[in-house]
Design a protein around this ligand. Structure first.
Ligand code: SF4
Length: 280
């Protein structure tokens, strides 16, 4: 049987900063005796990742001796220049790339479940622009993503050769067992394979009760999201698309106020997270 982790052509390993894609990277390093010349590992930082995520990406590069290219969106006249290379020390930590992308067309426009432009602008395009800048003739067929065999809904949309964990039948239990035996791990709680704090801290695709719990845990987490909603609403007088991250739930300001007053009306909600490219 072919080894799904063996790299035989130019490949982009998209590292989200989560345990699953970290495990995928480790398997690739094992199967190829390190990182082959025709492979590149990219981590696209939105500026709203948790500090633990940034540290985990850095720990992987330091402990495994694998070069990881840290990228961020930056506003620029020409779309091809809308990226920059950063590193663990210089990576944004206050949502700067995300805020710039919201304003990139002059008038603020917030991503939402229908228009998930943050994933596209802050991750997918940033990686594509970078690869073009170093001379790659890149297409998305070259991108490997950390999707597991137990994530069939996400996996169904992506060619099998781009999801080696699916081909190898890797589940969240396998990933959890692997990290349980390592000298370092992502410093965020692992709740039955779900990293509630992963990706952007209060990503609008997370279920309401998760967002609410994260705000209660640390109320200041809500401030950036509240500010972005109020910034977008100041320019979208009709309160149309792009003025809220979610129109089907309370605003971040309301969630912040509920959290401060200790009202919890979301614990019984049985809402599923919406999957996106950002991944685990
Ligand atoms: S984690 Fe959520 S908010 Fe952040 S880029 Fe991905 S979809 Fe957008």
């Amino acid at each position: 049987m072919n080894d799904p982790f063996k790299i035989i052509e130019p490949t982009v390993i998209s590292f989200s900063g989560g345990r699953t894609s970290g495990y995928m990277l480790w398997r690739i390093l094992q199967s190829n005796n390190g990182l082959p010349d025709e492979a590149i590992v990219c981590f696209a930082n939105t500026g709203k990742e948790m500090e633990e995520t940034l540290k985990f990406v850095h720990d992987c590069e330091a402990n495994w001796g694998v070069p990881i290219t840290w990228l961020e969106f930056q506003q620029a006249e020409a779309p091809k220049d809308r990226f920059k290379v950063v590193n663990y020390k210089t990576a944004s930590r206050n949502g700067e790339p995300f805020a710039q992308s919201i304003d990139q067309n002059g008038k603020p426009y917030l991503p939402n479940p229908v228009a998930r432009i943050c994933t596209i602008n802050l991750k997918i395009k940033v990686i594509h622009h970078y690869l073009k800048s170093i001379g790659w003739k890149h297409n998305e067929n070259m991108d490997w993503v950390g999707i597991r065999a137990d994530e069939q809904r996400r996996a169904a949309k992506i060619a099998r050769h781009r999801t080696p964990l699916v081909a190898a039948g890797i589940t969240k239990e396998d990933v959890g067992n692997f990290w349980g035996g390592q000298d370092f791990d992502l410093g965020l709680p692992n709740n039955k394979g779900v990293t509630m704090h992963g990706n952007c801290d209060l990503c609008f695709l997370k279920p309401t009760n998760q967002i609410f719990t994260l705000i209660k845990e640390k109320p200041e987490r809500a401030i950036w999201w509240m500010n972005m909603e109020s910034h977008a609403q100041s320019s979208n007088k009709k309160f149309g698309d792009g003025a809220r991250f979610r129109k089907d739930r309370p605003s971040y300001k309301q969630l912040y106020e509920y959290a401060k007053s200790q009202q919890d009306m979301f614990s019984d909600l049985n809402e599923e997270a919406i999957a996106c490219f950002c991944g685990d």
